[in-house]
Each structure stands twice: as structure tokens, then as C-alpha cells.
Design a protein around this ligand. Structure first.
Ligand SMILES: [Fe+2]
Length: 238
């Protein structure tokens, strides 16, 4: 597998480590930063940097005294090795999203990766389901945080419903069966998933496992197939 590549631009004096992805994908935007592999220090905004100080720590020319410290951005360096931040605008504009970003998972089921944390063993993605019925029965090895963006869903084992605009947490260890009810044409939910899904039969026998690495593999294969290139997914890896 290719090394994850840093897509943020460093050294331009602005929010140099923030990568902003457009909703309409411009492929060339992701082909310009191939040489950057290792994390770099955040760039310091030199226009706001204090000037040299003398042995007493006071400013040589008084420039520091003029700095409005309350409104000043942090003047130091960020720790070496720190991963880049990640910013993706417009994620709630489901219909306006470039269709190529949706990775097919099963018939009428797809996901859009937002963050694939290979170093921490979790992933954040938007799940889009365009059918009703039973989706899966699974156990979680880690906690799940869910924010329902559209439609509603529930687990057969509970009497609560995840509804549009709502938040829910699924505890590690639990096994449950996800259903999208009749009458819901489209369910869209942002899931923050730590650990793995273990898909099981009604008695708990494991049948399949899914985690950040299987998500990454699926996304790489899909993005290669639709012409974005397997490396397109690298921008989501932290
Ligand atoms: Fe679940």
C-alpha cells in the first residue's frame, strides 16, 4: 500500500495544515502534493511573530508590546509528528455530493469516508441506505457515536429510534440488529465507529468482520474504479 500522503500545503503562512475538500471533486487538486509524506510542523504566521528578544526576554524593538495577545494566534511550533487536521465542508448536503465519493457496500447501501484512523483504530463515515428492511446484525468491539442526518432507523433489540437530527451512542460489546422501517426511502447517518463490526447470526456466531482497514480497502478499490485513483482515499487517513 502506498504511504499515506499529506495533502495540506505547508509554508504559505495561512492555516497551512488544514485541508478543505470541495463538494465537487477537482481531481487535479489531489495530484499536486504527492511529494509530501511525513507530517511537518505547522507553519508559523511570520507576519505575527514577535521580533528578536534580548537576554531579559523583552522585545528588541517593542513590536511584541504592540501585539494584541488576546487576539493573536499561537506563535509557537506544533509538535513534530502531529497529524494534520481535516476539514470537509458541506457533508450534510447529501444530494449535492459528488456521487463518486460514495463507496458501494451492498445493494442500495454505500458509505462516504470522512476520516479513517489507521493509527487509532476507528473511522468516521456517512452511511447512506436507499432501501428499507433489515440491514445487518452485528456486535461492536468499541463504542459507536451516531448522528442521524436523514430518515430514521432502529435496532430490534431496543425500543428507541434514531431520528433525523438525533444523536445516539452504541456501547462496546453490544449485539443488535439494524432495521430501516418501511416508508423510509433514504436513511443517512454519520457514524463514528471505534473498533470492529462483527457480523453475527442470531445466536452470535461471527460471520464477517469490518473495521477501518476493510473500509479503507473498499474505498481504495472504488476510487480506483471510478477514476479518482486509489490514492484519493489517502487524504482521509490519520
Ligand atoms: Fe451498531
Amino acid at each position: 500500500m502506498d504511504q499515506p500522503r499529506q495533502t495540506a500545503r505547508s509554508g504559505d503562512g495561512d492555516a497551512a495544515t488544514t485541508h478543505v475538500m470541495p463538494q465537487t471533486v477537482d481531481i487535479t487538486l489531489f495530484q499536486e502534493d504527492k511529494e509530501d509524506i511525513l507530517p511537518k510542523h505547522h507553519a508559523t504566521n511570520t507576519s505575527m511573530s514577535p521580533t528578536a528578544t534580548n537576554e531579559n526576554g523583552s522585545s528588541a524593538n517593542g513590536a511584541r508590546a504592540k501585539l494584541d495577545e488576546k487576539a493573536a494566534p499561537y506563535q509557537g511550533e506544533q509538535p513534530y509528528g502531529m497529524p494534520n487536521d481535516l476539514v470537509i465542508p458541506g457533508i450534510m448536503d447529501i444530494d449535492g455530493t459528488d456521487e463518486r465519493l460514495w463507496v458501494p457496500q451492498a445493494p442500495d447501501v454505500s458509505f462516504r469516508p470522512l476520516l479513517l484512523s489507521t493509527s487509532q483504530g476507528y473511522f468516521v463515515n456517512i452511511l447512506r441506505v436507499k432501501k428499507s428492511g433489515i440491514l445487518s446484525r452485528h456486535q461492536h468491539t468499541g463504542p459507536v457515536h451516531a448522528f442521524t442526518l436523514k430518515g430514521k432507523w432502529h435496532y430490534l433489540e431496543h425500543d428507541w429510534w434514531a431520528t433525523e437530527g438525533g444523536y445516539s451512542m452504541e456501547p462496546p460489546g453490544e449485539t443488535h440488529t439494524l432495521e430501516v422501517p418501511e416508508g423510509v426511502d433514504e436513511m443517512v447517518t454519520l457514524f463514528h465507529v471505534t473498533g470492529a463490526y462483527v457480523y453475527v447470526d442470531p445466536y452470535g456466531k461471527a460471520e464477517k468482520v469490518e473495521d477501518v482497514f476493510s473500509k479503507l480497502k473498499m474505498a481504495r478499490e472504488h476510487y480506483e474504479k471510478v477514476g479518482l485513483g486509489a490514492g484519493f482515499v489517502d487524504q482521509f487517513i490519520r
